[in-house]
Ligand binder design. Structure first.
Ligand code: ZN
Length: 340
């Protein structure tokens, strides 16, 4: 069955993406785009669940019988050179989560890695898509599944265009040959809006082929509180809820701060949650105290933020964080007793 048809059925039958807390708007947008088989670009900072939601999409797909080749060819629809050559190939069953392929976008990613390679001499002798001449790239491994293309904007523009050709026409041009590369997969790309340096801008032509879905930092402190407690490691140390909320509020305030061009992620919140417990544990305390949070702050946060140039030349990340935290403690007396 066509992938979008499969999803159309599933989206009506059950609640999906429940592993992601909050983000209701993003979930709705993603579902709506996927069930029409549209290509999706998720735009959001690191650590907000872009990978998780894409993996969950694959997990929703039912078990499928495929050939024992690396490209998940269906027995009656052989796509890859192996299956086209060997008619007696065995079959196997794969689960939804095995139908997930991740490609990391980078300036070094080549067309050969992504689309495949054709040996010119063997192509003349055996044909360009013969098993001897053609080595398929990662994209064909996503056949019948989800192609998760992380940070697609970091790829060279040439490669972005080649990717478009596959998505739109089901064809790729390799070494002078045009080969059929039917794009029977769900495409979910990502882009980090904060990363403007060292990335290629996505062309208008490229963007015109995608629907965008925005994922944000957790909408409320309560949601972030739940995520941190569910994802973070726990020691036999109590973390008072009020204290945790205050800590998360400090991080959330930093995200609003105009001085920061790179903001602390949810991973930073989880980091403080874990390290504050560890600090209490090392002091043989049963409960996290404000000082344990302060002790964790620089080690977890300093390298996770970036100040805008006009601020960066006046103070280091450490100095900046100390100042911000001191101000925050002044306004939140229950955080006092804290030394950085
Ligand atoms: Zn195959």
């Amino acid at each position: 069955m066509e992938l979008k048809k499969t999803l159309q059925k599933i989206f009506l039958e059950k609640e999906v993406f429940t592993e992601i807390k909050g983000q209701e708007k993003a979930k709705q947008q993603l579902k709506s785009a996927l069930l029409m088989g549209r290509h999706v670009l998720i735009i959001g900072p690191p650590g907000v669940g872009k990978t998780t939601i894409a993996k969950n999409t694959a997990k929703l797909l039912p078990e499928l019988t495929v050939n024992e080749c690396p490209y998940h060819c269906e027995p009656d629809k052989p796509l890859c050179p192996i299956c086209k050559t060997n008619k007696n190939i065995k079959t196997k069953k794969i689960k939804g989560e095995e139908r997930f392929i991740r490609v990391q976008g980078s300036p070094d990613l080549t067309a050969e890695d992504l689309l495949g390679d054709i040996d010119p001499i063997k192509a003349l002798k055996y044909g360009p898509t013969s098993i001897q001449a053609f080595t398929p790239g990662k994209i064909l491994r996503a056949n019948n599944g989800v192609l998760f293309f992380d940070e697609v904007n970091r790829c060279p523009e040439k490669l972005q265009n080649a990717l478009l050709q596959v998505l739109e026409e089901g064809k790729a041009t390799l070494g002078g040959y045009t080969v059929d590369l039917p794009a029977n997969f769900i495409f979910i790309g990502t882009m980090n809006p904060e990363e403007t340096a060292a990335t290629e801008k996505l062309s208008d032509v490229f963007l015109d082929r995608f629907d965008t879905v925005y994922m944000t930092y957790p909408e409320t402190t309560e949601t972030e509180n739940t995520i941190v407690k569910e994802s973070g490691q726990k020691l036999d140390v109590q973390f008072p809820d009020k204290l945790l909320k205050n800590t998360l509020n400090f991080i959330r305030q930093l995200r609003e701060n105009k001085d920061l061009i790179k903001k602390p992620s949810v991973r930073a919140s989880i980091g403080i949650y874990e390290r504050a417990q560890a600090n209490a544990y090392l002091e043989k305390e049963k409960k996290v105290k404000p000082k344990h949070i302060a002790q964790a702050l620089i080690s977890v946060l300093a390298h996770r933020i970036e100040l805008k140039p006009s601020i960066k030349y006046l103070q280091t990340n450490e100095e900046y964080l100390k100042k911000q935290y001191e101000n925050y403690v002044k306004d939140n007396p229950e955080m006092q007793g804290v030394y950085l």
